[in-house]
Design a protein around this ligand. Structure first.
Ligand code: GDP
Length: 446
């Protein structure tokens, strides 16, 4: 099947970590080489692979130890999360017309032989199953059999096909088809267009024209998974020329290596909305990045396990933290732990949304927070264990602060600021905790 090769090559990477205790910059080097090779073999484009490997490496080293979780399992989880985000994160469904009485118009584009006409029929059946009345419009006036093919598919899925022969301009046919659909109160109109052997000016112009005339809700480019990174490039160039809303990736059942599924979003900025996995009219599925990633890794149970372990640890940490806060003992070790938890939550993406009050945090804010945490961490890392546990030591000794500044490559001002920050935090956090426990806030009474 499609991801077998990729799945196998990746397993070689995990196996190299079995004997390790924790993920380090050193011991992930070799496994990450395997990941890199596996992705290139799957025909993911080089720049995409480079960015992917870099980002996984950084996140993997930053995760620290999660109790009960082996490093290989931890890396699998990081790779999974990055694969999901590489493929666009969330599933992006079909857009439907929001204006009453105006049908949703789906314009289908693509090169010859990629499975565009087949995809029209599949999509029509999909919409029918969603209880939307549907109509297809045949505008491929160049290939003699194209209209017949669509009519045949229409019969198969029991969806009417509008055609007007091959003597009228495609844009005009599309216009008439849409008028007919409006008259009949059809909800979704799927417009099949002519495919060419390769991208050319005429094709792009024609598409633009049809898109404008029918005011398309969706412009979907159908691409063939067998063409790997070429498919991703096509989506990018069609988007630039015509402006599309997404892609349909066909033939993911064949012996394609799957690289297209991984590259399209990153290369073109447009999501894959559906995948085709067979010639039959039922072989069309919405594209779920998380399901696709699990399929690639073939490690669904490991992922669930790591997630659970992370949640348990976050919860225990939070309870322990609260105790220390109430006792005003919050020190640099707590600070470090908390910042790592924050980073982990950020990389877990979805979890952030589950925490009350965190759902309005933007990715940009998370990135900035992560950046400033990195600076803080570097300074804490240069402190001795005693200094971490007892911030007073640093508060009293300029020479200690100087040493930390030198060790972390920061300025003494930055170190001083961090030290006073922890004392401010102690006060503020204790107040907050007392308040949340129903007590009153010292200094704010009366
Ligand atoms: P078009 O020229 O882009 O309209 O391509 P067609 O719809 O005529 O499809 C070309 C060939 O690909 C046909 O033999 C289809 O049955 C086949 N095809 C289309 N989609 C898929 C798919 O998802 N999987 C497989 N295996 N074959 C497909």
């Amino acid at each position: 099947a499609v991801f077998d090769q990729l799945t196998n090559s990746l397993e070689a990477a995990w196996s190299k970590l079995r004997k390790e205790d924790v993920l380090t910059r050193e011991n992930i080097k070799e496994p990450m080489q395997d990941v890199r090779r596996a992705l290139l073999e799957a025909d993911v484009s080089l720049p995409v692979v480079r960015r992917f490997v870099k980002s996984v490496s950084e996140k993997a080293v930053g995760t620290g130890v999660i109790r009960g979780v082996r490093p290989d399992q931890q890396l699998i989880k990081v790779v999974n999360d990055e694969l999901v985000s590489l493929m666009g994160g969330e599933m992006v469904g079909l857009e439907f017309s929001k204006t009453k009485g105006t049908p949703t118009v789906i314009l289908m584009a693509g090169l010859q032989g990629v499975g565009k006409t087949t995809a029209c029929g599949k999509l029509a059946l999909y919409c029918k199953k969603k209880s939307k009345s549907c109509m297809m419009v045949a505008t491929d006036v160049y290939r003699p059999a194209a209209i017949d093919q669509l009519v045949t598919l229409g019969k198969q899925v029991d969806v009417p096909v509008f055609e007007a022969g091959n003597q009228i301009r495609p844009a005009e046919i599309a216009k008439r088809g849409l008028a007919e659909a409006k008259k009949k109160g059809v909800e979704v109109v799927i417009v099949d267009t002519a495919g060419r052997l390769q991208v050319d000016r005429g094709m792009m112009d024609e598409l633009k024209q049809i898109k404008q005339v029918v005011n398309a809700t969706e412009v979907l480019l159908v691409v063939d998974a067998m063409t790997g990174q070429e498919a991703a490039k096509l989506v990018a160039s069609f988007n630039l020329e015509v402006g599309i809303t997404g892609a349909i990736l066909t033939k993911l059942d064949g012996d394609s290596r799957g690289g297209a599924a991984l590259s399209v979003k990153e290369v073109s900025g447009k999501p894959i909305k559906f995948v085709g996995e067979g010639e039959g009219m039922n072989a069309l599925e919405p594209f779920y990045p998380n399901r696709m990633a699990s399929r690639i890794l073939g490690m669904g149970d490991v992922l669930t396990f790591v997630e659970k372990a992370e949640e348990v640890m976050l919860k225990e940490d939070a309870e322990e933290m609260q105790r220390r806060i109430l006792e005003a003992k919050f020190d640099f070790n707590d600070f470090l732990k908390q910042s790592r938890n924050l980073a982990r939550m950020g990389s877990m993406g979805g979890l952030v949304k589950l925490i009350p009050g965190m759902n309005k945090v933007t990715p940009q804010q998370i990135r900035e927070a992560e950046k400033s945490l990195k600076i803080t961490e570097s300074m804490i890392n240069s402190m001795t264990p005693k200094e971490r546990a007892d911030p007073e030591l640093l508060a009293k000794s300029p020479s200690r602060r100087r040493r930390v500044a030198l060790g972390s490559g920061r300025t003494q001002e930055q170190v001083s600021a961090l030290v006073s920050q922890i004392f401010q935090m102690r006060v503020r956090m204790k107040n907050l905790a007392t308040m949340m426990q129903g007590g009153s806030i010292p200094g704010l009474e009366g």
